[in-house]
Design a protein around this ligand. Structure first.
Ligand code: AMP
Length: 208
């Protein structure tokens, strides 16, 4: 299965992807995670990406597209993949379409996780992750177990200012991606408000 998760920041893409990949046995490819890893490694590309990410801007299409197309060409993606956070602009859609076409494969489904803007700021500013396992929690809605509370970290772009900018970028740059996949007939909308298990169940029902 070749699938894409799109949605505003804080829609639960990373959380739901982690729950789904175990069932689907396909690699979870998060452009944000890959860019953060490059930034941690301190490569030139990582430093450039970091300068956009920390203020909530988008990393340039050529950088992100290069990283993702290289990743999905790896052997573990031969039977499928779950892209999370990519494509985020129409030029990224075009680059992905071309790459898939030249490999003779097609996308199966694009899941759009929807959350109203007013919930997003609360979701993002309460988000924390465990640097050891990578697990994502929310201080109120999905609190971490007591043994890991002390080591929780917050993403530098989960501040209110960066979050507002990311949301603005989503509306302006990423929403135009939606009609492109609607036109391909593979877009499905998921209401991403409610308990995590319920949202997972909605996704699983659609995938069936
Ligand atoms: P995420 O973890 O998906 O919220 O992404 C974190 C940040 O990484 C975003 O705010 C962007 O700065 C950058 N980023 C991730 N994916 C992309 C993409 N497909 N295009 C441009 N920038 C991206």
């Amino acid at each position: 299965m070749r699938m894409i998760l799109i949605g505003p920041p804080g829609a639960g893409k990373g959380t739901q992807a982690a729950r789904l990949v175990d069932r689907l046995k396909i690699p979870h490819i998060s452009s944000g995670d890959m860019l953060r890893a490059a930034a941690r490694e301190g490569t030139e590309l990582g430093k450039t990406a970091q300068s956009f990410m920390k203020v909530g801007g988008l990393v340039t299409d050529d950088i992100v597209t290069g990283i993702i197309l290289e990743r999905i060409a790896k052997p573990d993606c031969a039977q499928g993949f779950m892209l999370d956070g990519f494509p985020r602009t129409p030029p990224q859609v075009e680059a992905l379409n071309q790459a898939l076409q030249s490999s003779g494969v097609t996308l199966d489904i694009v899941l759009l996780l929807s959350v109203p803007d007013e919930l997003i700021i609360e979701r993002i500013t309460g988000r924390r992750s465990d640097p050891v396992t990578g697990a994502i929690y929310h201080l109120k809605y999905n609190p971490p177990p007591s043994e890991v509370v002390g080591r929780m970290v917050q993403r530098p772009d989960d501040t209110i200012e960066a979050c507002r900018e990311r949301l603005a970028k989503y509306h302006c740059d990423t929403e135009p991606v939606i009609p492109l996949y609607e036109a391909q007939g593979i877009l499905k909308r998921i209401d991403s408000v409610g308990p995590l298990d319920e949202i997972t169940a909605r996704i699983v029902a659609i995938l069936r």
